[in-house]
Design a binder for this molecule. Structure first.
Ligand code: CFM
Ligand code: HCA
Length: 534
């Protein structure tokens, strides 16, 4: 057992009682003898504790809306907020029509003191006029930052009158930063408006090809979506839209025509998946395109859903070809990685997606968690299918693809059911999503103090999280891999991505750089020691 409840109590003991009590609920020492372990999530961060979370505006504009390339995204607020979501998230996009690819622009009203005092609506309206004149975009978004809500600017009214003036759709997102407890609130706001105003807006009823899918919750960081799409197209899938990496307003309008929705990042887009099912009856499945095993399993799950001989054959053919190509090279990198340990703390889904890829490299994750996930992410099923015979279905067997508590159903013959049962394990998931050994840590909304302490106690060989803590950790002599931006490398998804990841992780162990750094606890007295001396 690497860690114990007692050690955790000790780690938290220096905190004020109220804080200690609050944090205790967000940290678990994995113990498989207790299958009902639960973690608290999606609650307000303790002020001053220094966490990695972002705000609702970051989740709406930065994450979900920002990657749509054929729209101009206006930030109504301070230039700093605009610059943050423009420069931090690695939104990558290509377009067949370069006049409709605005991904590199950073457009803002640059609110000043006088706008706060007298209101910023006129400035915003004028900016929309300029944007239409200069760029002629397919559509425009207005994204509210904190001051907009505080002073009461009515962005919906500005959007409506601009729409009438120019005949261009203007979507207003009331995603003021302070809404909710993290960027998660912003995902929800973005999902609602995209569903309300964009998805399904075209009058097309048929998908443009066979096996039509949408890839939801895939943001093309480092080109991930391009690698996934390469493989899916090769197998024969028709990709109606990707939400929202390298995505477009135009594509989104037809998204309702797909046969199946894939959900890569459940946290940020489950709302759209749910609404598409309710409104259009499109089923959805969780996928995980990270790692050779994750990718292969997800492709097989998709083929099982479509239940088509040709598609299944092609799926197996592509998996065999790709694995034969990348696995021997990954195995070489694995030799450098084997036996090492990692921390894997990311936003709302990569915390568990990357745990699988680490395992494929022989690296054990000793601490994992999410910045802002909800309990259904911690407890949700990793991937999918179960088969049950539904009492309501009058004994007609149905294939139930299970996600969280809900299921979608496809009627199948009894013979087909028997055949499928052999392929799909019957399982009911209970417990944590993180597949960790006993004694390791699952932590929600990790903060600066806990990062320091867990590193000292668990001494991971690699730390993976984001820009905010990367450099603190590297100065301790521990390689830090950003799993948000991939440290400007990538893609990391799909088969080629798994190879890139293996190479980058092996490189971070092999570099001689670490020999030049001595962690402070090895050559300096600890704080208590210093105080005792003084
Ligand atoms: Fe989903 Fe994301 Fe993530 Fe996320 Fe993010 Fe991101 Fe992330 Mo940074 S949508 S939850 S809000 S997978 S921006 S592409 S890397 S925290 S783990
Ligand atoms: C955000 C975006 C972010 C930040 C990354 C990081 C991203 O939360 O606003 O902290 O390193 O992936 O770009 O999550």
């Amino acid at each position: 057992m690497a860690f114990t409840e007692e050690k955790l109590q000790e780690l938290l003991s220096i905190l004020p009682d109220k804080v200690k009590k609050a944090r205790k609920k967000h940290i678990l020492v994995k113990d498989s003898s207790q299958p009902d372990q639960i973690i608290e999530a999606n609650t307000r961060t303790i002020p001053g504790i220094i966490t990695n979370r972002g705000c609702a505006y970051a989740g709406c504009k930065g994450v979900v809306v920002g990657p749509l390339k054929d729209m101009i995204h206006i930030v109504h607020g301070p230039v700093g907020c605009s610059y943050y979501t423009w420069g931090t998230r690695r939104n990558k996009a290509k377009s067949e029509d370069p006049t409709q690819n605005f991904i590199n622009y950073c457009v803002t009203t640059d609110m000043q003191e006088k706008d706060i005092v007298f209101g910023g609506e006129k400035k915003l309206a004028k900016l929309i006029d300029e944007v239409v004149e200069i760029f002629k975009p397919k559509a425009i978004s207005i994204n509210a930052t904190c001051p907009v809500g505080l002073i009461g600017d009515d962005i919906n009214a500005v959007a409506k009158s601009a729409e009438e003036r120019h005949g261009v759709p203007v979507l207003a997102f009331s995603c003021e930063g302070y809404k909710g407890v993290s960027q998660s609130a912003g995902h929800h706001i973005a999902n609602n408006i995209l569903m309300d105003k964009v998805i399904g807006a075209s009058d097309k009823e048929e998908a443009p090809g066979r096996y039509a899918i949408n890839i939801l919750g895939e943001y093309n960081i480092g080109g991930d979506a391009w690698e996934i799409e390469r493989v899916l197209k090769d197998i024969g899938y028709t990709i109606v839209s990707t939400m929202t990496g390298d995505g477009s307003y135009e594509e989104l309008r037809h998204a309702h025509t797909a046969d199946l929705n894939l959900v890569q990042c459940h946290r940020s887009i489950n709302y759209i998946a749910e609404m598409l099912e309710i409104k259009y009856g499109t089923p959805w499945v969780k996928v995980n395109f990270i790692g050779v095993e994750g990718m292969s399993q997800s492709l097989r799950d998709m083929a099982t859903y479509f239940d088509d001989e040709e598609l299944t054959r092609k799926t197996e053919e592509v998996i065999a070809r790709e694995v034969a190509r990348v696995q021997p090279m990954i195995d070489q990198y694995r030799k450098v990685c084997e036996g090492k340990t990692a921390f894997c703390f990311v936003g709302g889904s990569r915390g568990h997606h990357y745990q699988g890829m680490y395992r494929e490299l022989g690296i054990e994750t000793v601490l994992a968690g999410y910045e802002f996930a909800h309990r259904d992410d911690y407890e949700g099923r990793h991937v999918i299918p179960t088969i049950k015979t539904d009492a309501d279905s009058k004994n007609i067997p149905e294939l139930h693809v299970n996600r969280d508590e809900k299921r979608f159903r496809v009627k199948v013959s009894p013979e087909k059911l028997e055949e499928l049962k052999k392929k799909i394990p019957l399982s009911e998931y209970k417990g944590m999503n993180f597949d960790m050994q006993d004694g390791y840590i699952i932590v929600d909304d990790l903060n600066h103090y806990e990062t320091d302490e867990f590193i000292k106690l668990l001494k991971p060989d690699i730390f993976s999280s984001g820009i905010k803590d990367k450099y603190v950790v590297q100065k301790m002599g521990i390689p830090a891999k950003q799993l948000h931006s991939y440290d400007y490398s990538g893609p990391y998804a799909g088969f080629n991505g798994a190879l890139n990841f293996a190479r980058d992780i092996a490189m971070s162990f092999a570099t001689p750089t670490w020999n030049f750094i001595v962690p402070p606890w090895q050559d300096q007295p600890l704080l208590e020691g210093k105080m005792a001396e003084g």
